[in-house]
Design a protein around this ligand. Structure first.
Ligand code: ADP
Ligand code: MG
Length: 318
């Protein structure tokens, strides 16, 4: 976009900052963010304009769990504030790491993290049916105990354990879009729409009001990429490629998915709700709307995936 560079929205998974259950501490997440920032800097160095978005599923769950444990001493934090907290902390990790990468490489670019709000519909049916996994993976007994004690809704998450799930309404509008455009035009690397953006709705007086939900960053990133008519949407997650029959003996990794195939496999249930499902939907929406491709891979394979040598590429039909 600016200086005629191609523009990519790169969404980084909240789960990809947590390598495994022994690496949930902040210094470990910071190391993972720095590792990802290294690959993002490669992308910038190779001539892309990059907008970084990120998830916050594990991290927003940790904050809400601290609230439960600290409730007798300190005031609770509503879910929308918890997401704004994670925009600051995760944004800070990426911002610092990118600055360090740019300094080492002699790249003269500013990095800005934006507190971003996303408009949702208060009547979205998602409020009645929680699907978005947050917090750590638990064993089933612990999950059911928390459900009974704290009123959580819990679900099994992609074969990895049980998690709390919360309402995840569809993003309708990114309120800071104009500001994001200005920052890109000013050559700034922007980190925005963290955790899908802070969910807000317009009340009867037309004022913005926060709401108890966590937006899926995949859908928000797709909306942002569509609004900016980005040349590419990248979703970085914990797997190098998308699979058919995921976690089954006949699992098959995919290099390429056309829109027709993506829709068919999605309808056949290959992409689990709350994890790969929203990524494929997000990709379908983006590719259909812009005609430009999307890529799903993990951070270490980013550069290879840009060269169409790794990852799963989602493309138009024909
Ligand atoms: P993120 O934090 O990056 O959004 P998610 O856990 O939400 O991560 O989604 C990525 C995960 O989706 C993968 O790590 C994998 O466990 C799971 N998954 C579900 N279905 C599939 C599939 N068909 N192919 C690959 N991964 C899948
Ligand atoms: Mg996710």
């Amino acid at each position: 976009m600016s200086a005629d560079r191609p523009l990519a929205v790169v969404a980084v998974g909240g789960n990809s900052l947590i390598v495994d259950a022994d690496h949930i501490a902040i210094p470990c997440q910071s190391d993972a963010a720095a590792e990802t920032a290294h690959h993002l800097a490669d992308m910038v160095e190779s001539g892309w304009d990059v907008i970084v978005t990120h998830g916050n599923g594990p991290q927003v769950g940790f904050i809400l769990r601290r609230v439960e444990l600290g409730i007798h001493e300190v005031p609770p934090i509503p879910m929308n504030y918890a997401t704004s907290n994670t925009q600051g902390s995760i944004g800070y990790m990426f911002q610092r790491a990118l600055r360090n990468e740019f300094r080492r490489r002699g790249i003269d670019r500013e990095v800005a993290t934006l507190v971003s709000e996303t408009l949702v519909d208060r009547e979205d049916p998602a409020f009645a049916e929680p699907t978005k996994p947050i917090g750590p993976h638990l064993d089933e007994a612990t999950a059911r105990q928390r459900a009974a004690e704290q009123g959580w809704v819990v679900k099994e998450d992609a074969g990895r354990g049980w998690r709390r799930v919360v309402p995840s309404p569809r993003p309708q509008e990114i309120l800071e879009l104009g500001l994001i455009r200005q920052l890109i035009a000013a050559d700034t690397i922007v980190i925005a729409c963290g955790g899908g953006g802070i969910p807000v709705f317009k009340n009867d007086r037309g004022d913005l009001q926060g709401v108890e939900a966590v937006i899926d960053k995949d859908h928000a990133s797709s909306l942002l990429a569509r609004e900016l008519n980005a040349d590419l949407l990248v979703i970085l997650t914990a797997v190098e490629r998308v699979a058919l029959h995921f976690n089954q003996p006949n699992q098959r990794w995919l290099d390429r998915l056309t829109l027709v195939e993506a829709r068919r496999y999605h309808d056949e249930g290959h992409f689990l709700a709350g994890s790969m499902g929203p990524k494929i939907r997000a990709m379908i929406d983006f590719v259909e709307h812009t005609g430009n491709p999307g890529v799903i891979t993990d951070p270490p394979h980013l550069m290879q995936a840009l060269a169409d040598d790794s990852g799963t590429r989602i493309v138009q039909d024909g």
